[in-house]
Write a protein that binds this ligand. Structure first.
Ligand SMILES: Cc1cc2nc3c(=O)[nH]c(=O)nc-3n(C[C@H](O)[C@H](O)[C@H](O)COP(=O)(O)OP(=O)(O)OC[C@H]3O[C@@H](n4cnc5c(N)ncnc54)[C@H](O)[C@@H]3O)c2cc1C
Length: 471
């Protein structure tokens, strides 16, 4: 079958896939959301949260849980769930360090505490979902990582996982195929615990519902244009009116305008996903995927894939696209070359699903930083706290980060605030044009490492310097 298809606009969609939609699947099937409330005049509050993704929503909810007397306002420039939170893969992973290897590499002295905090955070998310009856299609199905080449790589990984207390089982090639019938992959590792799947857009809407129930005020279609310190207060200017606040949490992810120093650390990188139509019962049986685990491969250019509640396959990842000057645009969320490549790779991995069609393709920006894990800080004379740099693994980490951002304002003795994880910043990215060139060079070297199994001098050097690039 020929896979050379061109996706320029919806109107010129592939002849093979005339029904292909270039929209976020999760939002598309959700249907109409609750009406939007805009700011009407000017108001005052104790805590202003700017940004209505997971980090903003959890920040407001945790603030209200910890200090119910606070008047908390969320201000979202478009609609709740319109950012990465509403369009991601829905993998809920407990790790706060973007996986155990990164943890060992960067935070070895405090890794056991970070692992414990990450697991507790995961447990707390599950508990919150249950206690508040969130309808988010949450499945604690565990995860499997698979490798293209069998050998020592995964055995080493299993050892590293186990020695850090992670329940991990090595799977040989046959055991992988028993879990999922897939071509082009060899061995794998099964992690049955602390890994779940969720409907990401439903989570945004259910957190919004819960936040409103707690008395949190939410304004949508209300961008904060400027955040100013005025005496002991902050003023947030919007096109409609001003919000005065004693404290603020900036939760704007890739948008760094309100805390300009963040731009040194963040590069917006576009990640893409496809969704198939639902598998027939025969197709599903052929996959051997009864464990319903979330899967990813361990290459630098990696795929992640999972089942939905109605047995579609989400197939994402591989390309990570950076645009010169931290440029961002809605147009970047549709990328024909990437969708072509994703289809091609899917067909190679699942040749026996050749009749399975794709229904949706979309992309979104990830706030990549050089340490791959969120970092924290304060600005505006200490009245603003922020977290950023979730680097493609923010579904669970945003909740823990919200706890940190709250403590930075209201609970200065909370022990995790003293950790290097919270106090240290990642290595900054270089300014342009070096940023673009460094990312391009790193991507080429990562692709070469995937091919040859060997890191070149550039990768070895940047890794020694702890200058990383991932999505
Ligand atoms: C395609 C894709 C797949 C991913 N898959 C996974 C996955 O499977 N698992 C995982 O853990 N992570 C995944 N991620 C990452 C994860 O989605 C993010 O880390 C997480 O959603 C970040 O949440 P956030 O609240 O920081 O950002 P966002 O959800 O982007 O929220 C930021 C909000 O701030 C608003 N905003 C910005 N500027 C302003 C302003 N001036 N005024 C008011 N509002 C403003 C934006 O409109 C936006 O709604 C993926 C990301 C992408 C793009």
């Amino acid at each position: 079958m020929s896979h050379k298809t061109t996706f320029k606009t919806e109107a010129t969609a592939s002849a093979i896939q005339p029904s292909f939609k270039f929209v976020n699947y999760w939002q598309d099937i959700y249907g109409p959301t609750a009406p939007i409330e805009r700011l009407k005049g000017s108001i005052a509050c104790d805590l202003l949260v700017v940004g209505g993704g997971y980090f903003g929503l959890w920040s407001a909810i945790i603030a209200k849980e910890q200090a119910p007397q606070l008047k908390v306002v969320i201000c979202e420039r478009s609609a709740i769930g319109d950012g990465a939170s509403g369009k991601n893969g829905g993998f809920v992973q407990y790790s706060l360090t973007h996986g155990i290897e990164q943890g060992v590499e960067r935070f070895s002295d405090e890794l056991s505490e970070l692992e414990a905090l990450g697991r507790q955070n995961f447990i707390d998310i599950a508990k919150f979902i249950e206690q508040n009856d969130l309808e988010v299609d949450y499945e604690e199905s565990g995860s499997i990582e698979i490798a293209k080449r069998s050998g020592t790589e995964l055995s080493k990984r299993v050892w590293s996982l186990k020695s850090n207390g992670v329940d991990a089982t090595y799977l040989n090639a046959k055991e992988v195929q028993d879990k999922i019938k897939i071509s082009g992959y060899a061995d794998g590792v099964l992690m049955p615990k602390f890994s779940a799947l969720i409907d990401p857009f439903k989570l945004t809407q259910e957190l919004k519902r819960t936040a409103l129930g707690l008395g949190i005020i939410i304004f949508e279609a209300t961008p904060v244009l400027e955040l100013r310190e005025e005496g002991s207060l902050l003023t947030a200017e919007t096109p409609i009116g001003a919000i005065t606040a004693k404290r603020a949490i900036v939760a704007t992810n890739v948008q760094t305008d309100l805390v300009p120093s963040l731009k040194r650390y963040i590069a917006p990188v576009y990640d893409y996903a496809l969704m198939t139509e639902p598998l027939t019962s025969g197709q599903f049986a052929a996959t051997n995927w009864s464990g319903r685990e979330g899967l990813s491969d361990i290459a630098n250019q990696f795929h992640y894939f999972r089942l939905t509640k109605d047995n579609r396959i989400l197939w994402g990842g591989y390309d990570a696209i950076y645009h010169f000057g931290n440029a961002m645009s809605r147009d970047f969320e549709v990328r024909s070359q990437t969708f072509d490549r994703l289809i091609q790779n899917f067909r190679q991995a699942f040749p026996y699903l050749e009749d399975l069609q794709f229904t949706h393709a979309w992309g979104g920006a990830i706030d990549t930083c050089t340490r791959f894990a969120p970092f924290f800080g304060k600005s505006h004379g200490g009245k603003v706290s922020y977290a950023s740099g979730f680097t493609g693994l923010g579904v669970a980490a945003t909740r823990f980060s919200a706890r940190v951002a709250f403590a930075m304002h209201y609970e200065p003795n909370w022990a995790p605030l003293q950790s290097r994880y919270v106090t240290e910043k990642p290595l900054p990215m270089p300014p342009e044009p070096f940023r673009y060139l460094a990312i391009a060079k790193t991507k080429r070297s990562l692709a070469k490492e995937d091919e040859t199994g060997k890191a070149d001098l550039w990768l070895r050097t940047t890794r020694r310097m702890k200058f990383g690039f991932a999505s």
